[in-house]
Design a protein around this ligand. Structure first.
Ligand code: C2E
Ligand code: CA
Ligand code: CA
Length: 408
C-alpha cells in the first residue's frame, strides 16, 4: 500500500498535465512551451504578466501541476509572484528559470522554500531540456524517498523501546598531543533484522513528534556507560553529543544532565554539547538561560557545522561557546578549492581570536588533513582516521595500537 501511495505521490510531482510559464520575454515563452510539450505536457499556459498567471492559479489552484517562472519582469517580478502565491496559500511545485547570477537564483530558491513554496529548484537561462528533466527526476526521487522513509510517532517509540536506536562512536584526534582524546556520539537506526541505517528519518520524526529529548537522554545514558572506562582513564578525554535546538530550550536540561554526569562519576567538562549553527539565530531567552547554565555547570558547548549558517562575529562573542566545529564543506578538497580553503583558514583564525577550541570534521584524505593542520585546527575527525564504530568495535579499536600512519 505504501509503495502505491508513494508512486502516486511521485507521479503527482512530475505530472505535467497543466503547466504555467511566466516570463515577459515572448521568445522564451515560445521555446519553453515547445520544450515542456516535448516532455509530455498536455496543456501549457504562457503568461507574459504574473498578474494574469496569478488569477489563473487562483481560479483553479488544484489544476496547476507546475509553474516555471522568470525572476526579472517589469510589473511584478518573480519574487513578488512567489510572495503573492504564498500569501494566497498556493504551494507549487515551482521552478525558477532566470538569467540572473547563480547566487541570486539560489537566494530566491531559499526565500521560496521559507515561505512554504514547494520549490523544485532554479535553472539558469537558456533553458535546456536535459536540465529540466534532471530537475523533475530529482524531485520525483526526493518525493519517493520522503514517502518511504517517513516515520510515524509510533515508529519512533517502537524503535526506542525495541532498542533499535544505536549509538556509534567516532574518535577525534588531537593534533597538538597526537592522541585520540575525543569522541562524537552519532546515532543509527537498526531495522528489525538488526541492519544499521542512517539516522536522518528517525531524527526528523523524533523532532516532529516531540521525542527528541527522550531520544537524546537515551543516547547519552547509553554512550556514557559505553565510554565510562575510556573517560575515567583520562580526565582530558571528552565525548561530544549532538543536541537539537528543541532540547536546548528545555529549562530543566542543565539540572538533568549535571545529575546524570555526577551519578556516573564523570566530570561535566568531559561532555561537549554540539548545536548546529543554523539554529543559533532562533535562540530565545530559554535557550540562552540553558546555554549559560550548562556553561556554568562546566559542560563544553560546540557550534556544529560552522560555515553553513550565518553566525555574526557579535554572536560568537555573545553565546557561551567553547568550541567551533568547521563543517566538512570547508574541510574536504580544500587543496583545489581556494574559496573553501580561505573559509577554513579564516574560521580557524576566528576561533583563535575568540579563544574557542577548533575542530575540523570530515577529514577524508591526507591532503585534507594537511590543510586543516596548516590552518591551525586543534582536533580532527573523519574517515581517514576512524569511522563511526559500534561500542564493541570501539573497545577493540582502543586495544589495538592506533597507528598514525595517515598523519605521519
Ligand atoms: P554531524 O553532527 O555533522 O555529524 C557528522 C556526520 O558526518 C555523521 O553523519 C558522520 O558519520 C559523518 N562523517 C564523519 N566522518 C566523515 C568523513 O570523513 N566523510 C564524510 N563524508 N562524512 C563523515 P551521520 O552519522 O549520518 O549524521 C548526520 C547528522 O545527523 C549529524 O551531522 C547530526 O547533525 C545528526 N545526528 C546524528 N546523530 C545524532 C544524534 O544522536 N542526535 C542529534 N540531535 N543529531 C544527530
Ligand atoms: Ca555533530
Ligand atoms: Ca557537521
Amino acid at each position: 500500500a505504501l509503495n502505491l501511495r508513494a508512486d502516486i505521490q511521485g507521479c503527482l510531482l512530475v505530472k505535467l498535465d497543466k503547466v504555467l510559464i511566466v516570463d515577459d520575454d515572448p521568445l522564451f515563452l515560445g521555446v519553453a512551451d515547445a520544450l515542456i510539450r516535448s516532455l509530455g505536457a498536455d496543456k501549457v499556459f504562457c503568461h507574459d504578466r504574473p498578474n494574469e498567471a496569478l488569477s489563473q492559479v487562483m481560479r483553479a489552484p488544484e489544476d496547476v501541476d507546475l509553474i516555471l517562472c522568470d525572476l526579472n519582469m517589469p510589473d511584478m517580478d518573480g519574487i513578488g509572484f512567489i510572495r503573492a502565491l504564498s500569501d494566497r496559500g498556493f504551494k507549487g511545485p515551482f521552478i525558477i528559470v532566470s538569467a540572473e547570477a547563480n547566487a541570486v537564483i539560489k537566494s530566491v530558491e531559499k526565500l521560496a522554500e521559507m515561505v512554504g513554496i514547494n520549490i523544485l529548484g532554479g535553472l539558469k537561462k537558456p533553458l535546456r531540456q536535459d536540465d529540466l528533466k534532471a530537475l523533475l527526476n530529482q524531485a520525483r526521487v526526493n518525493a519517493l524517498q520522503a514517502m518511504s522513509s517517513a516515520m510515524t510517532e509510533k515508529h519512533v517509540r517502537a524503535a526506542l523501546s525495541d532498542g533499535r536506536v544505536i549509538p556509534v562512536y567516532q574518535p577525534q584526534l588531537n593534533l597538538t598531543q597526537m592522541q585520540f582524546d575525543g569522541i562524537e556520539v552519532l546515532c543509527r537506526l537498526a531495522d528489525k533484522e538488526g541492519k544499521l541505517g542512517p539516522p536522518g528519518a528517525l531524527l526528523a520524526a523524533a523532532e516532529e513528534h516531540g521525542l527528541m529529548t527522550p531520544l537524546t537522554f537515551y543516547l547519552m545514558r547509553r554512550s556514557l556507560s559505553d565510554l565510562e572506562s575510556w573517560l575515567k582513564e583520562s580526565p582530558s578525554h571528552s565525548v561530544s553529543v549532538n543536541i537539537s535546538a528543541l532540547t536546548l530550550a528545555d529549562r530543566s536540561l542543565p539540572k538533568t544532565l549535571t545529575t546524570m554526569v555526577a551519578r556516573m562519576g564523570l566530570e561535566t567538562r568531559q561532555i561537549i554539547l554540539e548545536v548546529t549553527e543554523d539554529r543559533l539565530l532562533k535562540f530565545g531567552p530559554d535557550t540562552l538561560e540553558v546555554l549559560a547554565r550548562l556553561r556554568i555547570a562546566g559542560f563544553g558547548l560546540s557550534i556544529d557545522d560552522f560555515g553553513t549558517g550565518a553566525t555574526s562575529m557579535e554572536q560568537l562573542k555573545r553565546f557561551p561557546f567553547t568550541e567551533l566545529k568547521i563543517d566538512r564543506a570547508y574541510v574536504q578538497g580544500t587543496q583545489e578549492d581556494d574559496f573553501a580553503r580561505e573559509v577554513l583558514t579564516t574560521s580557524a583564525r576566528l576561533a583563535q581570536i575568540v579563544s574557542l577550541s577548533c575542530v575540523a570534521e570530515g577529514v577524508e584524505t591526507p591532503a585534507d588533513l594537511e590543510q586543516v593542520a596548516a590552518a591551525g585546527v586543534h582536533r580532527v575527525q573523519g574517515y581517514l582516521l576512524a569511522r563511526p564504530m559500534l561500542a564493541e568495535d570501539f573497545a577493540r579499536w582502543r586495544q589495538s595500537p592506533q597507528t598514525l600512519d595517515a598523519v605521519a
